[in-house]
Design a protein around this ligand. Structure first.
Ligand SMILES: Cc1cc2nc3c(=O)[nH]c(=O)nc-3n(C[C@H](O)[C@H](O)[C@H](O)COP(=O)(O)O)c2cc1C
Length: 177
């Protein structure tokens, strides 16, 4: 099997991390994956904010009521922002950058989890994106797509197996076959 496919099979979301920081050279490699990622019309409508300060991670972990609390225990996060004025498909571009960062983190022996921000709410009035932008001092015209939580894994999770492959979702020539 190709080494990339093996990596794809092994990658599982990691939500509990060892306290040790992620070395700077690893952070750089993860960011290279984002900055080399393909974008529609090569618009590159994204920006990335690397957050390692405990207090900020704690605040970001409250960006939505569910599914982000574990961020307070991560040594590193990367906030992925898109500029809707630069591209109408900024969500796709940000998503590609995010998954490529996850795969690079996995390849470096790190764990990660994607925290969904786009279309999520902090509370009844405030979107998760606006809540985060206030904390990281991002400009009004940007939107937060996701936050990636990254760190050394506290424990390994079972990789995917052949049994997990939903081959029935793959159709040949037409949808009914
Ligand atoms: C677009 C997207 C948004 C996600 N948002 C969250 C999230 O907000 N919080 C979370 O804990 N996990 C989130 N995840 C992780 C998924 O829950 C996880 O990928 C899925 O359950 C499959 O598990 P695996 O990553 O171990 O293969 C997200 C994943 C994707 C692709």
């Amino acid at each position: 099997m190709s080494s990339l496919l093996t990596l794809i099979q092994q990658r599982r979301s990691c939500r509990s991390f060892l306290p040790q920081p992620v070395p700077d050279d690893m952070v750089q490699m993860i960011l290279k994956a984002a900055l080399w990622s393909p974008t529609s019309k090569n618009n590159r409508p994204w920006e990335f904010v690397v957050v390692q300060e405990k207090e900020t991670l704690q605040k970001l972990s409250a960006c939505k009521p569910h599914g982000a609390s574990f961020l307070s225990g991560a040594p590193l996060s990367i906030v992925v922002l898109g500029n809707p004025q630069k591209s109408d498909v900024w969500v796709e571009d940000c998503s590609i950058a995010t998954i490529l960062m996850q795969m690079t983190a996995e390849d470096l022996g790190l764990g990660s989890t994607w925290i969904q921000v786009h279309k999520r709410m902090h509370n009844d009035q405030v979107s998760s994106s606006d809540y985060i932008k206030d904390i990281i001092k991002a400009p009004e015209h940007m939107d937060v797509a996701a936050i990636l939580a990254i760190g050394f894994k506290e424990k390994e999770r079972k990789p995917y197996s052949e049994k997990d492959l939903l081959w029935e979702r793959v159709h040949k020539e037409t949808y009914d076959r």
